[in-house]
Write a protein that binds this ligand. Sequence first.
Ligand SMILES: [Zn+2]
Length: 118
Amino acid sequence: MHEMTLAQDMIRIIERTLGGKVRLERVNVTIGPLAGISGESLRFCFTEIARLEDFGEPELTINYTKARLLCLDCREEYSSDDLFHCCPRCGSIRKRVLSGREFTVDSVELEEGEEPDG
Ligand SMILES: [Zn+2]
């Protein structure tokens, strides 16, 4: 499963950033609608991996963004949840993706009293 790999990468990045294993309270991520990631699936995988790898039982909070698209015919910029919308101004389907493929770990919150153990 693609989300399992992502969850493993997230744990590695968090571990490297914090300098060791810590018990996490919450992890905040942003997922764009064109990133090809199932938020629910990622939540499940991340919780499992965090538990198995001794990172506590963190809650994964997901901020879902909208995609920004640029109409190639009338230059209108508009937002959408997917790539299947026409331009709201001229109805064209010719578009460029400006954003929406992002996947970022925005912040992590540690359990109270936790310090990275180096
Ligand atoms: Zn247009």
